[in-house]
Each structure stands twice: as C-alpha cells, then as structure tokens.
Design a protein around this ligand. Sequence first.
Ligand SMILES: *Cc1c(COP(=O)(O)O)cnc(C)c1O
Ligand SMILES: [Zn+2]
Length: 388
Amino acid sequence: MKPLFYCPSCDERHEPIPTCPDCETFLRYSAETDAVQRAIEGDFWAALPKHIRTISMGEANTPLVRLERTSEELGIDIYGKLESLNPTCSFKDRGSALSVSSVVDPGTDYEAVVVASTGNTATSVAAYAAHAGVPCAVLVPAATSTAKLSQAAAHGVRMFTVEGDFSECFSRAQTIADDHILNATAVYSANPYIACADRTVAFELLSDLSDIPDWVSVPVGAGPLLGGTYDGFTELADVGIADKTPSMLCVQARGCHPVVRGFDKGRAVSAWNEPITTSVGAIADPLRGYAADGERTRQTVVESDGDAIALEDDLVYEWTDRLAEWEGIYAEPASAASVAALAESEAVDTSESAVALVTGHGLKEDNLREPEFESKGTVETVRTALLN
Ligand SMILES: *Cc1c(COP(=O)(O)O)cnc(C)c1O
Ligand SMILES: [Zn+2]
C-alpha cells in the first residue's frame, strides 16, 4: 500500500502537491486496507491522510435514496446520493474539510486560504475557514448567484469579484497561492486534497448498497468529484474488498462541455474558447489554463468504460423539476443533470443499476421556481384539488 500521495505513472511517493515533479501526472492517495474498511463502516476520516489535524462539521455519510418513480419511468434501478445534505449543502464540503484541516495542521506553513469559485466551493471553504478561524479570500466571477454569495459572505470572509469567468478566477488564485496561502479551489491542479476526499463517496456507496453499481453519474466541471470517486472504487478493487468498478457517466452543460467534447472526439481535452452559453455554471468549466484537469477526468471516464454527455439547459431544468416533483428532492440544476444524463445516455442499459450524485441543494439557486397559485383556497377548492 502507498500511504502518501503517489504518482500512478512513476509509482513514487510525494508530499501533498498536485502533480508529480518528475512526470506531471496528477498525484493520488490510497489508504491502508484496514483504513478503507473503517471508512466503509462510516469513519470518513479513516481513509484520509492521517497526519492532518481534523476540522470537521459532520460532512459526508450522506443519505442514499432509491428514486422510485424515476427508476420505474426509465427502467433503470436508480439511487440518488444526497450530497446536498452536507453542512453547506454541497459535496464540496468533503474537500473543504480536508483542505482547511491541512491549513491548521502544524506540519504545514499555511496560514490562510484563497478560493476561486462559481459559488459552492466559495460557500464551503468560507464555512470551514470560519469554523477553523482561518483567514479566507473568495474570488468569484462578477456574475454569480447571489444566494450562493450571501451564504459565503455570512461567514465573514473577504470577497473579491473578478471580471471574467471561473478560469480567470482560478488562475488568479494560483498566482496568489504560496507556502502560506493554500489554494482551496476544487480542481485537481489547485491541491491534491479535493480528489483525495472525494474517494470517500465510493466507500459510502459500497457500504449502503453492499454492492458496486453498474453506473455512477456525476455532474462535471473539471471533474475531481468524478475522478476521486472512481479512485475510491479502484482502491476497493485493489485491496480486494470489491470485485469490480462502476462505469462513470460524465455530464456537462452543452453551453460549455470541454470534457465531453474530448470524449466524443477521442482526443485530449482542450480548453473551451467559444462563448459559454449556459446558466448551469457548476458544470460548465472552460478549463482555460488547466485543460489537463479535464483530460484526467476524460481518461478516467474512458478507463471506467463509461460515457460522457452534454445536455441542453432546458432538459436540465426539466429534470430539476422532475426530481422535486417525483422524488421530493430539491436539487440545484447542475445536480439534477446527473439524473438527466442517465435518462439520455445510450450507454446505460435498462436492467442496470445506477447512482446519481445529487451534488448540491436547490435552495442555493435564486428563484428556481415561482409559486403558481391556483385559485382562492377555500375548503371546497382545496378538497377538490386533493381528492379528485
Ligand atoms: C462543483 C460542482 C460540480 C462539479 O464538480 P467538479 O468535481 O468540480 O467537476 C457539480 N455540481 C455541483 C452542485 C457543484 O457545486
Ligand atoms: Zn511521475
């Protein structure tokens, strides 16, 4: 076993940095078998780097819910993993807990965090930084959901807007980061903790299902959630706890889908230089300046015998409504895209089993749905509406 971060190409161990100093491959983390076993039993921190001091707010171990009506309509056995129920209402808390823990760890020189984000990472890192008493600066694109921004601002962090898109914010954060300031942005090339923490999704799924699903559907920006989750599954197979790995389904917004484009063309992912024509920002990362992150995700999808699919916003919003109406799950549109992708992908067969990662909560979105009032709520009209 390789307790430290290691390079899958050179098989060398390294300090926690994003890429191998010798070959630039993204470093990975894997835990001892007994630690993985403890993680499967519900100890989120067991499979994470041990030297790190723990800043935790009860992240992970999120519910897995069978999507009864969706399963029936699509003829696939579908479960939703409600990452929306993490402390700040998105899966980003898994990585933030570990990143911020590394900052307060006496073994590092870090004193503060900087984070680039379209919303959820900002909110998550801000909350964990506040909890840990760590100074935090948030860089967001000028056009970002105010619901998400006010959630981040509530934690008293320093907020900065950057003219431009997420890529612009990220490159600024990378330049700001040094030995004293950790870039806690949720992409592989910011720091190795994000994908490392996301491995735990796989351990929890095995624990809840007692089996490996045929598919795991993941909304993708740069893709550390998809890559980290798959790393967790390969780790389970490597230590002999599981006998197979799932196929990964990558979903992005059609208005900016560099990973899916690379997958479709069967070639390395390149940055998205066309206009970004989607409002589903969490799954529309142009990857400008860090296309290698998207390429790592594409390679994972290929290795897993998976599929990648780009969806129009209308379809994503349709499934956001369906998830709320059919299943009682209020998800943000980027998250509902994971279910939409299972409906749309031709690679997913009926009779197969699938998990959709419901990555973030609907309450984060501004005015997702205006209430429509039917008529005056008299005893008569309400009874008729309910019982006829
Ligand atoms: C960040 C985010 C994603 C994309 O995940 P990546 O690991 O960054 O690719 C998907 N959905 C939501 C709600 C997110 O916040
Ligand atoms: Zn290497």
